[in-house]
Design a protein around this ligand. Sequence first.
Ligand SMILES: Nc1nc2c(ncn2[C@@H]2O[C@H](COP(=O)(O)OP(=O)(O)OP(=O)(O)O)[C@@H](O)[C@H]2O)c(=O)[nH]1
Length: 294
Amino acid sequence: MIHKAGFVNIIGNPNVGKSTLMNALVGEKLSIITPKAQTTRHRILGIVNHEEYQIVFSDTPGIIKPAYELQASMMDFVKSALDDADVLIYMVEVGETALKNEAFFNKIINSKIPVILLLNKIDKSNKEEVDEKIKYWREKVPNSFVYVISALEKFNVEAVFYKIIELLPEGPPFYPKDQLTDKPERFFVNEKIREKILMHYKKEIPYSVEVETEEFIEQENIVRIRSIIMVERDTQKGIIIGHKGTAIKRIGAEARKDLERFFQKKVFIELYVKVNKNWRSDKNQLKRFGYNQN
Ligand SMILES: Nc1nc2c(ncn2[C@@H]2O[C@H](COP(=O)(O)OP(=O)(O)OP(=O)(O)O)[C@@H](O)[C@H]2O)c(=O)[nH]1
């Protein structure tokens, strides 16, 4: 059996209908929606698991800005975000033509990643205008697959879904499927803590930790969580904990706030730091089983 997996990066101006499309695409197929879970470069919007494929939908927050607002470092960020994706969905509205950022646009055109160009909100338009816009975008992005859709009315969304699967590369899943289907909450908690670590620690720290949620007990009014932050060295443990525990307290407090919003309940969270010198080899072990998350 062939297995396919990849990151599908959705980009487009604010309000073009990205979230609506996500809901239409993913629907009941969705294992977990991690609202704005931040990974290194992507924000994961949702993951679709199937025996034969795993689609990780993500977006790259705030990359469509006029060129003068983008700093050099931001352009690098854009570049790597594009390089990382396996399929790019570029979404526009029927009424939209002007390009906000020509430089960014050229990057899309010149990237080797397949581009699906979606012309959304056609329910608000007429055939003449739609035909004209298809022609316009085909010329603008010559190598793209152009689809006209209405994300809101789910028109043509299925076709887009199958095109994505067709374009995905072969490969093992990026996230363990059983973990997602059996324990999506734990997965989300881990990601949330990792996100906070990414935000607050510099250098190699974020890349030297692994988070594991040992206990997740949901009661009527409260969720009780116990998670372990695994590091490779004692010095890293000290840095994670911080002076008098202030650093780890902040991680816990911020994660708790987000998790309370997510679960719509009070959250009680205990964080422990553990040194596991074999962590990296454990990780390689996990990688062999398709646990490719970085
Ligand atoms: N008529 C019509 N409206 C749509 C369609 N798709 C989305 N909308 C509407 O457009 C508005 C914006 O949709 P969102 O899905 O929130 O857009 P978004 O791109 O995620 O927006 P940001 O989060 O700001 O980037 C909402 O009011 C949607 O209901 C469509 O196909 N037709």
